[in-house]
Design a protein around this ligand. Structure first.
Ligand code: GTP
Ligand code: SPV
Ligand code: MN
Length: 586
């Protein structure tokens, strides 16, 4: 089917290892996709949902021990251990290949190997990067068809080149004890075995577009970040773009698709989504930082998505969507999840495939259940979504889930200080990865599980990028998740977050005032627009409170974290830490 001898040779080698019964090349056509859906339905791998209510939509359930990314089984395999750094799990490439070859040997016997040529970015464009994923899972094929640009056009764009990411995936027997997600940045290769869950197996996403791409980006002078990209349109038609890095399940999809509250909507403000999870950022000829979304769809968290919190995401999932690990409503053959509405279905199957009665108090959908939906089906998709150059970024936002400590918003005082703010981010863990939920951990730039090389070098790369951007975005930090003493969220969040974004853009425009505090610039409480909100000025002051003792404690934690990251943490960041501590101690 193709003329690229590098690709043919590699596919042959991998087939010799995994021994599939047959090999099928994915061409990107609807006919082929439909035939695969039919096959997956016949085996129960996917269930066709009510086509009147949810046209083109299907339900899939993963194995119950395979519902999230497995960070402890994710490896960066560089020749030198130092290059992977202290934060990443490391194995020597030779050792890792040998170990995984045993698991892959014959793993596709009796199965089909699908060859998926895909592009991250617009096929044929300057910044696009190509990958080929070999997989024995139709579910993976169907998801990749939504999440990336797939098919014959990618092979044409690749031509005779061997510059593509070689991804090998097999479900094998889904053995948790032998589950490995391994990256070989020096070989442009990813091997994933014994999982069938999203981030572990849709190799274009976290594995390529973040881990491998961050490694390539460092060499080539650009950045691959765990960031949403959104545009805010002013009543005069001008659009300003923001990118924001929050850890997994901390609100990127929600912010990227936000609906302006009435105070802004009535004046003609609009919000456009360019991306909800990953941004590739480059310095443009104009000296600004430009961001593009390499993906073609959304792999979004289902629970909590509803008509009020994120109507745009909900609308996006009304057609051509694969739902994973949600509740199956047997009465009308649709889906449900916690937080969709207050009417859990009576006649239902839970994410484990069992008859489910919500009255027993158990969750029907897995907390990390997801929808895979096409970006073009999103009502607020940006007109720049398909622009290969991306969009110019005015502000970068970092944020996480912090019950106390971090205020609603603050601004860094320089690029270097902003990089410091990003590097010390911390957040409570969520269901997006296996392990304990709700534990505060450092998650620099929301990249802790995704940097493809040493974290200290990664910080240095951020600082170096700052030197190249003559007109850099301003850097901010937000926290939508502050809790009161009763454990409730103080800030209403979701669409109301636009009020904070407007202060941020006003700051970038030199239009808003600020208070200079030890941690950075904070809004004056009166300067946040709370018109139409049932919230007092006193509450805003509480949200903006900076507790010096908590922050001094924080500094200790940061010092420990930097020590753990290791010797490559740039001195400039230690200078920032010393200066912060000095300001707090005054
Ligand atoms: P990944 O896809 O894992 O990278 O997650 P994400 O960062 O895109 O997070 P998402 O927008 O899917 O939100 C995750 C959860 O946080 C959902 O249950 C949301 O309902 C909830 N959430 C999002 N934004 C807010 C907010 O502003 N306030 C509160 N309280 N919850 C929010
Ligand atoms: C995340 O966990 O940050 C996700 C979902 O966006 S996954 O694709 O599983 O990584
Ligand atoms: Mn994510």
């Amino acid at each position: 089917m193709n003329k690229n001898s590098h690709v043919n040779k590699w596919v042959e080698e991998m087939a010799a290892l995994t021994q599939p019964d047959k090999i099928v090349w994915i061409d990107g056509s609807e006919e082929q996709a439909e035939a695969l859906r039919q096959e997956a339905m016949s085996t129960g791998e996917i269930i066709k949902l009510n086509q009147d209510l949810l046209p083109g939509c299907y339900l899939h359930r993963t194995a119950i021990n395979d519902v999230a990314r497995v960070e402890h089984r994710t490896f960066i395999c560089t020749t030198k251990k130092e290059d992977a750094g202290n934060i990443n799990n490391w194995m020597a490439p030779k050792e890792c290949y040998a170990k995984l070859e045993k698991l892959f040997r014959g793993s596709m016997k009796g199965r089909t190997m699908y060859v998926i040529p895909y592009s991250m970015g617009i096929v044929g464009s300057e910044f696009a990067k190509y990958g080929i994923e070999l997989t024995d899972s139709i579910y993976v094929v169907l998801n990749m068809l939504i999440m990336t640009r797939v098919g014959t056009s990618v092979m044409e764009a690749l031509g005779d080149s061997d510059d593509y990411v070689k991804g090998l995936h097999s479900k094998a027997d889904l053995d948790e004890e032998n589950r490995y997600i391994c990256h070989f940045p020096e070989d442009n290769a990813i091997w994933s075995v014994n999982s069938g869950y999203g981030g572990n197996v849709l190799l274009g996403k976290k594995c390529f577009a973040l881990r491998i791409a961050s490694y390539i980006g460092r060499k080539e002078g650009w950045m691959a970040e765990h960031m949403l990209i959104l545009g805010i349109e002013y009543p005069n038609g001008e659009i300003k773009y923001i990118s924001a890095a929050f850890p997994s399940a901390c609100g990127k999809t929600n912010l990227a698709m936000l609906i302006p509250p009435e105070v802004y909507a009535n004046k003609g403000y609009k919000v456009w989504c360019v991306g909800d999870d990953i941004a590739w950022l480059r310095v443009g000829k104009d000296g600004r930082l430009w961001a593009m979304n390499p993906e073609n769809g959304f792999f979004g968290v289902a629970p909590g998505t509803n008509e009020k919190s994120n109507p745009n995401a909900l609308a996006t999932t009304m057609k051509d969507t694969i739902f994973t690990n949600v509740v199956h409503n047997l009465d009308n053959n649709t889906v449900w999840w916690e937080g969709l509405d207050k009417n859990p279905p009576k006649n239902a199957i839970n994410w484990k495939g069992e008859k489910w009665d919500h009255a027993d108090g158990s969750k029907g959908a897995h907390p990390n259940s997801r929808f895979t939906a096409k970006a073009i089906n999103c009502p607020c998709i940006s007109s720049e979504f398909e622009n290969p150059a991306g969009v110019p970024i005015t502000a970068i936002i970092f944020g996480g889930r912090r019950a106390k400590t971090a205020p609603l918003v603050y601004q860094s005082t320089s690029w270097q200080h902003g990089v410091f703010v990003g590097s010390v981010m911390a957040s409570e863990t969520t269901a997006a990865a296996t392990g304990a939920v709700g534990v505060v951990r450092r998650d620099p730039m929301a990249m802790l599980p995704f940097a493809g090389y040493d974290m200290g070098d990664y910080f240095a790369h951020w600082l170096k990028m700052g030197e190249k951007i003559t007109n850099p975005p301003k850097i901010f930090n937000v926290n939508w998740f502050r809790l009161n003493d009763e454990g409730q969220f103080i800030w209403p969040g979701f669409g109301e977050n636009m009020r904070v974004l407007m202060w941020i853009l006003d700051r970038c425009d030199g239009k808003a005032d600020a208070v200079n505090t030890p941690i950075g610039y904070l809004p004056k409480a009166e300067d946040l627009n709370i018109e139409g909100l049932d919230i007092s000025l006193g509450t805003i002051k509480e949200l903006l409170n900076v507790d010096k003792d908590l922050w001094l404690e924080e500094c200790k934690g940061i010092r420990e974290f930097y020590a753990h990251v290791g010797s490559r943490v740039p001195k400039a960041l230690y200078d920032e830490l010393d200066a912060l501590e000095a300001r707090l101690s005054k």
